[in-house]
Design a protein around this ligand. Structure first.
Ligand SMILES: Nc1ncnc2c1ncn2[C@@H]1O[C@H](COP(=O)(O)OP(=O)(O)OP(=O)(O)O)[C@@H](O)[C@H]1O
Ligand SMILES: [Mg+2]
Length: 274
């Protein structure tokens, strides 16, 4: 293996906080820093990561790989300087994967993804459900995305607790869509997090920015669509932080063996241990 892979799930308790947008754009920003990056759609229910990158016609998806009907290499697409692994959105298949998945196949699929990349970002589903558990358990690190509202913070707290149970590490939170009238301030967010969790710094504040939705409509990541807008600048800084190239410390725990990551995933998926 050329490098130790970093696997990071992008999650939230509450839906619609900006996970998919962040996964796509943080991925592209890491790619622009020269990092070998793969983004995986871990949202079995909604599966829209590829769509925000304008990729509407992916014949095969990670679902096919999990079902053993496609090779992992055939579900890795290339766009905007990174690798994208879409999830199909056939409910029956998702149900089958969650209930009858073959342990060896899951292991193999995740191992193969981790082997061919430096960063694996996983776009998670909201809430505490099977699909969320899978994406958190599959990753060594987690970045929760919340909005600057009290309910969103409470939900972020729950997801951090759940990640702890699953053995995934959270370095800090991303507060997305800041700067609107009635929002909590950064100090209030940090005060809440430290009361609830001891300590949980804000990794990044991404402002509310109309360019994000414009870019989404165009099917282009905002960091490419409008690199100089406020949201893109914030995401670019976060990418540097995550990549460990900024002054701020981002020191991941020692990366565990790939086998350990996959065994957690398998346990979450099947209830069996390996
Ligand atoms: N910083 C921002 N400024 C303005 N709009 C934003 C920002 N971040 C995200 N959005 C918009 O918010 C909406 C929800 O974002 P997104 O789909 O990324 O959330 P999500 O957490 O993945 O949702 P879900 O829980 O449904 O998967 C999108 O229309 C997106 O364009
Ligand atoms: Mg999403």
């Amino acid at each position: 293996m050329r490098f130790r892979p970093r696997s990071i799930s992008i999650t939230s308790g509450k839906g619609g906080t900006g996970k998919t947008t962040l996964t796509a754009n943080l991925g592209v920003a890491l790619g622009a820093l020269g990092k070998d990056t793969t983004i995986l759609d871990g949202d079995l229910a909604m599966a829209n990561l590829a769509i925000v990158l304008g990729m509407h016609k992916c014949e095969l998806s990670f679902l096919d790989a999990l079902k053993g009907e496609a090779e992992v290499k055939d579900v890795i697409y290339r766009n905007y300087g990174i690798k994208v692994v879409p999830m199909g959105f056939r409910f029956e298949d998702a149900h089958e994967v969650l209930t009858k998945v073959k342990r060896e196949r899951v292991e193999e699929a995740i191992k193969e993804l981790l082997k061919q990349t430096e960063f694996l970002l996983i776009d998670g589903a909201a809430g505490i459900q099977d699909a969320t558990i899978i994406s958190i358990a599959a990753a060594r690190e987690m970045i929760p995305v919340c909005n600057p509202t009290y309910t969103s913070l409470v939900d972020a707290y729950k997801i951090v607790r759940m990640a702890n149970v699953l053995g995934s590490w959270t370095r800090g939170v991303v507060v997305n869509r800041t700067g609107r009238g009635a929002d909590l301030s950064a100090d209030e967010v940090e005060a809440f997090m430290s009361r609830a969790l001891g300590s949980m710094p804000i990794l990044s504040e991404i402002p509310e920015d109309t360019k994000v939705q414009e870019a989404e409509l165009a099917g282009v990541p905002v960091v490419v669509y409008e690199p100089d807008c406020e949201a893109s600048i914030a995401i670019g800084k976060l990418a540097k932080l995550v990549a460990g190239e900024a002054n701020l410390p981002y020191v991941p725990y020692e990366e565990r063996a790939v086998a350990e990551t996959t065994s957690r995933l398998v346990r979450a998926l099947t209830g069996r241990s390996i």
